[in-house]
Ligand binder design. Structure first.
Ligand SMILES: Cc1ncc(COP(=O)(O)O)c(C=O)c1O
Length: 393
């Protein structure tokens, strides 16, 4: 039986930040929540079954990471991404964001520089700032709605005396680019020339649309001696980010030791038993679910693209290659960010992430999460159209 992704599941009162924080964040509860990056679909049944089985053993004691956990991700990345990972390269971590913080601490001193490429996921900024490092921005270029990396400027950033770390988002949240091999090689070349450590956040690597080029893990292009840290997780792939477990893959032993020291200093070597169970069940049994999910998300993506083109031409988007996040250019409505946010929340009743939180070049944009049943998306777009007509036409 095919999975019914159209079916809606009540998420209110489940400690869901996406649903239960609406009043706190948007000032009202009745906005359609298309913000925080989790999906409104049940995780693969095999994950739920494994968690139920684990819960039935009523002792939830301290954990270790079993060999089978490591093997599940080694197998997944070999089969799905053609990437060979050695067991000892893997360091488990609670989440990718804690790893961003830890990488700043491990590979730079206070005041030193970390390169990021806005518009980008807000914790790329905050992890640098909160560890007292300096954000070095290499803004993405945007030509005819297609985002690319500005390699000339990236080289200048990398050449700065204080630059230590480059954090890559691949695929890129929020613009949905799946970087080409050529682009990824250029990143590695620049990092190599200037002795930078690269942290490649590939949490969205499995969420690439069937009609787009496949994702290449940066590590597949790396050479021995490259200072590369790859962050991955089953959390976006199988919609279980609340379980909170991710992995770092660090072939270089010195860099691995440096990260481990930071984790140990914060007592971050443990996780809860459900994280382990969910992680392994996802990688072992979640493949068929993912293979049904992506065509559904592609239809959601195309539905929004068509709707905007035909009925709300003031808002444009480039069709993303990966992620379930759409980057909407709303400057045709108003260039004023405050007014834009107010419009979507108060007039349209839609809760999205304001583009300005992704960096200065995100002003005038909104990020829409399409990881939801299509009927909800249809309702959201109808609401937006009606509000645009009332307010702007
Ligand atoms: C690029 C990127 N990295 C990391 C995360 C979150 O990672 P975690 O929940 O494992 O901390 C997200 C979530 O939206 C993301 O988009």
């Amino acid at each position: 039986m095919p999975i019914d992704f159209d079916k809606s599941v009540i998420r209110e009162q489940t400690c869901s930040v996406k649903f239960d924080a609406r009043r706190a964040v948007f000032g009202k509860e009745d906005v359609i929540p298309l913000w925080v990056a989790d999906m409104d679909f049940p995780a693969p049944e095999a994950v739920t079954r494994a968690l139920e089985t684990r819960a039935r053993h009523p002792i939830y004691g301290y954990t270790l990471f079993p060999d089978s956990l490591y093997q599940s991700m080694i197998d997944w990345y070999r089969d799905r991404h053609g990437w060979t990972i050695e067991r000892e390269w893997i360091l488990m971590a609670p989440g990718v964001v804690p790893s961003l913080h830890a990488a700043c601490l491990a590979f730079s001193e206070p005041g030193e520089g970390v390169i990021i490429q806005p518009p980008v996921y807000p914790p790329f900024f905050s992890s640098v700032k909160r560890t007292d490092r300096t954000v070095i921005e290499n803004p993405l270029d945007c030509v005819d709605g297609r985002y690319t990396m500005d390699f000339e400027h990236l080289e200048q950033c990398a050449a700065r005396d204080d630059a230590r770390l480059l954090v890559l988002c691949s695929p890129h949240n929020p613009v949905g680019r799946v970087w080409t091999d050529e682009e990824l090689r250029a990143v590695l070349d620049i990092a190599r020339r200037h002795g930078l450590v690269v942290l490649s956040d590939e949490i969205h690597c499995d969420l690439v649309y069937p009609d787009k080029p496949t994702h290449c893990m940066l590590a597949r292009l790396a050479e021995a001696g490259d200072a590369l840290v790859t962050a991955v997780a089953p959390s976006k792939t199988f919609n279980m980010p609340g379980l909170g477990l991710s992995a770092l893959v660090i072939p270089d032993p010195d860099r691995r030791r440096a990260m481990k020291e930071v984790f140990d200093s914060l007592h971050m070597g443990q996780c809860n038993p459900f994280s382990i169970t969910g992680f392994e069940a996802g990688y072992r049994h979640g493949g068929p679910w993912l293979d049904e999910l992506m065509p559904y998300l592609q239809q959601n993506r195309d539905y929004v693209a068509d709707f905007l083109a035909q009925r709300i031409p003031e808002v444009t988007m480039t069709v993303p290659e990966g992620t379930y996040l759409l980057w909407l250019d709303c400057r045709g409505l108003t260039p004023d960010d405050k007014a834009l946010k107010q419009f979507f929340v108060q007039d349209a009743g839609i809760g999205m992430n304001p583009g300005a939180t992704f960096g200065d070049n995100g002003r005038g944009f909104m990020r829409m999460n399409i990881g939801c049943p299509r009927p909800l998306l249809e309702q959201a777009l109808e609401r937006i159209e009606a509000a645009v007509i009332r307010r702007f036409r």
